[in-house]
Design a protein around this ligand. Structure first.
Ligand SMILES: Nc1ncnc2c1ncn2[C@@H]1O[C@H](COP(=O)(O)OP(=O)(O)OP(=O)(O)O)[C@@H](O)[C@H]1O
Ligand SMILES: O=C(O)c1ccc[n+]([C@@H]2O[C@H](COP(=O)([O-])O)[C@@H](O)[C@H]2O)c1
Length: 214
């Protein structure tokens, strides 16, 4: 399952879990993007933060793991490269690529799209607000309904910036990592000061800090 994961949230995790159960997958490998070229018009957090957030969020599930291939390759991330790398790493395995309906709707704009179908079977899960589409490629794309999770990373970043809670929309460890590193804050100077702070220093950041639920 590829994604920018800025930050990873329960929508991603439920999608992965549902597809793993439905298709009897041995493992779901989360692949954070290096440079998501179709998001070049917006700020994307450094890959190392997104990678660690993904590791934290998936750590409790023995069938979940995280790959650095797209980050370590460098340059813009194309799924054609991801799948070629995975085919090399797992020559005898059946490969699936998990997307949400919004990502699937854009797939015809992806690099070398005609070759993608030969490298993996695509599973597109439902996502609130988007229409599921298989472009008539019923052999290559499975559409799957999952419990509706109206969560997006964009909304989470906006909430964190506005000082609204993100608790329970993401795993607890993701909230703690966001706090520790001051991710998505309005003021980068404040972010640098906060990320240098030791945990439990007594400092409170009323505008940005995610207060723990009481
Ligand atoms: N709530 C969700 N339900 C189902 N699929 C999702 C959901 N959120 C994301 N996905 C899918 O997960 C993959 C990675 O998504 P991505 O990391 O871009 O998250 P996002 O929430 O869409 O981020 P952003 O709001 O920053 O664009 C994509 O295939 C996307 O369609
Ligand atoms: O290959 C492409 O050209 C391409 C274009 C856009 C997105 N993708 C992949 O789609 C996955 C979801 O992307 P995103 O931007 O929704 O996080 C992620 O693995 C991206 O690398 C791939």
């Amino acid at each position: 399952m590829g994604g920018t994961f800025d930050p990873i949230h329960h929508g991603h995790l439920v999608a992965a879990s549902e597809v793993a159960a439905e298709f009897n997958l041995d493992e779901v490998i989360f692949v954070p993007t290096g440079q998501p070229w179709q998001k070049a018009d917006r700020d994307v957090s450094p890959a190392e933060h997104r990678y660690l957030l993904t590791v934290i969020a998936t750590a409790s599930n023995p069938r979940f793991s995280v790959s650095r291939v797209d980050i370590d390759r460098g340059g813009p991330t194309y799924t054609i490269d991801t799948l070629r790398d995975f085919r090399t790493m797992f020559p005898d395995d059946e490969l699936f690529f998990i997307t949400g309906a919004d990502a699937m709707a854009q797939i015809m704009s992806w690099k070398n799209v005609d070759e993608l179908w030969k490298l993996a079977h695509f599973v597109s899960v439902t996502r609130p607000g988007y229409v599921s589409e298989d472009f008539g490629r019923t052999e290559e794309i499975s559409l799957m309904e999952i419990p509706a999770m109206a969560i997006s990373s964009t909304d989470l970043r906006d909430r964190a910036k506005a000082g609204k809670p993100v608790w329970y929309l993401v795993p607890d460890g993701v909230v703690q990592y966001i706090n520790k590193h001051g991710l998505y804050m309005a003021n980068p100077a404040t972010r640098a000061a906060d990320s240098a702070m030791a945990p439990h220093s007594g400092h409170t950041m009323k505008d940005n800090h995610q207060e723990a639920p009481r």
